[in-house]
Design a protein around this ligand. Structure first.
Ligand SMILES: [Fe+2]
Length: 251
């Protein structure tokens, strides 16, 4: 699996405090079958200071190599879409994922404002490939199929967390079946409440929708982010499921 959303860098956001904790966290990812991680520390100044991110990335990457942990680490950001976003993009170049056109965008938790649509429009005009982070965390969006469909038609992509699949399976499967999910990622922060649950989530989706769809969500589309290629549409039409799969996932 390839994880495109994880808070594994030490001392830069609400992820691990120390390098040792970061190593424990990435080891737990490897145990679950993760081979590549894009580290995505919160980019939300002034709450989180971005100035130490690159150093923390180098530190962890070197330590992973020293310890021969079979994991490739890349650098991205989880960029909070406050109203200064466009200014931020002008000032700070490396907010994209792995120097690609992809940007992982976090939305406000309660609502988006009309100004956000100006930001969305600006991002698309600048040819960013936007992945909306953990859409299940936005109550105004996850149940609003009309708006989600509209944003996806405009060219936005979406990501859900593994925890959502594990804890709210029916809702997650429904969103995938509606074609509203391109990627499942960990959003892992620690070894407790926000731990790695990718393996469990993969198994659930493979059981409900088949391994082909699970691979698209956990491996193929994440790999396309790494390689700066367009993402595949995952499901979206009930007809794409076989009769047996439809019977198995009566939810
Ligand atoms: Fe996150």
């Amino acid at each position: 699996m390839i994880d495109i959303h994880a808070h594994v860098l030490p001392g830069v956001d609400d992820g691990p405090d120390t390098l040792e904790e970061s190593i424990t966290l990435v080891r737990s990812a490897v145990e679950q079958g993760v081979t590549k991680i894009i580290a995505t520390p919160h980019h939300r100044p002034p709450r989180y200071d971005p100035k130490n991110v690159e150093e923390a990335y180098r530190l962890l990457k070197n330590r992973i190599k020293e310890l021969n942990i079979p994991l490739e680490l890349y650098l991205g950001r989880e960029v909070y879409s406050d109203l200064n976003l466009i200014d931020m993009l002008q000032d700070i170049k490396p907010l994209n994922m792995v120097d690609s056109d992809y940007i992982l965008l976090e939305l406000p938790s309660l609502k988006i404002y009309p100004t956000h649509y100006t930001i969305f429009d600006e991002l698309l005009q600048r040819n960013y490939r936007v992945v909306l982070a953990h859409i299940e965390k936005y109550p105004y969006l996850i149940d609003d199929y009309e708006t989600l469909s509209y944003l996806i038609k405009l060219g936005f992509h979406t990501q859900i967390n593994a925890k959502f699949v594990v804890t709210q399976t029916k809702k997650a499967i429904r969103a995938i079946k509606a074609g509203h999910v391109h990627i499942v990622a960990s959003d892992a922060h620690d070894m407790n409440k926000r731990r790695y649950q990718l393996k469990e989530a993969y198994r659930i989706i493979a059981r409900k929708l088949g391994t082909k769809i699970a691979d698209q969500l956990f491996l193929e589309n994440p790999n396309r982010v790494l390689n700066n290629q367009p993402l595949q549409v995952v499901l979206g039409e009930r007809e794409k499921l076989s009769l047996i799969q439809r019977i198995l996932c009566q939810i």
